[in-house]
Ligand binder design. Structure first.
Ligand SMILES: [Mg+2]
Length: 202
């Protein structure tokens, strides 16, 4: 499939066992062989899973339905093709950098409308100046193991991927040698919408 251009809206889905778990509308920043960068503007629409009686659910261990919501923060998502994580920069209002965020996940797969992947629950939150960091959602990760969402071997691999990703970021290896903290979106870009066809290929 061909590459996208800066400013193109894409639909990014999380897919769990063939079923859509989330849908996000994001904007292409770069789509190059060694880096995929996506912009998630505050206010962009997304679809999030809720249980059939309407509670928010965080693990795909029960039936769910998707509800419309809006993303609350500006974020830039840096994806190294083939790797099992993304690195996000998340900003508060007025571009006040809140954190770097290592999101463990399946490698992104290209689709006709954007990309598919699945989150892997565990995350690492890194301070804006890269001086300290912490694992996030370890309890939920343990719960996922208990519920059979991941095998023990997968959990070890996910954690090891997190450690590799962290070392790469803290050393500011490429692409983190760029001043992504100073990145800003092109003001001409329009807010992305979730594309038609997001239910296809389930
Ligand atoms: Mg995550």
């Amino acid at each position: 499939m061909s590459r996208w251009s800066a400013g193109n809206p894409v639909t990014v889905r999380e897919i769990w066992q063939g079923k859509v778990w989330t849908v996000r509308a994001l904007t292409i920043v770069r789509d190059e062989p060694d880096l995929l960068a996506l912009y998630q503007p505050a206010g962009a629409p997304w679809k999030r899973p809720r249980s059939l009686d309407g509670r928010l659910v965080r693990l795909p261990d029960q039936p769910w339905q998707l509800h419309d919501a809006a993303l609350t923060e500006d974020a830039l998502r840096l994806i190294l093709p083939g790797q099992g994580h993304s690195v996000l920069l998340i900003w508060r209002q007025r571009w006040d950098l809140m954190c770097w965020y290592i999101n463990l996940e399946e490698p992104f797969r290209r689709t006709p409308i954007g990309f598919d992947y699945m989150d892997q629950t565990l995350d690492i939150v890194v301070e804006p100046d890269l001086t300290s960091w912490r694992w996030k959602d370890e309890d939920e990760f343990e719960e996922a193991l208990a519920k059979g969402v991941y095998s023990p071997e997968q959990m070890l691999e996910i954690r090891a991927e997190g450690e590799r990703a962290l070392a790469q970021l803290l050393a500011r290896e490429p692409p983190f040698d760029e001043r992504w903290e100073d990145w800003r979106p092109d003001p001409a870009w329009r807010r992305p919408e979730i594309g038609a066809g997001w239910q296809e290929g389930e």
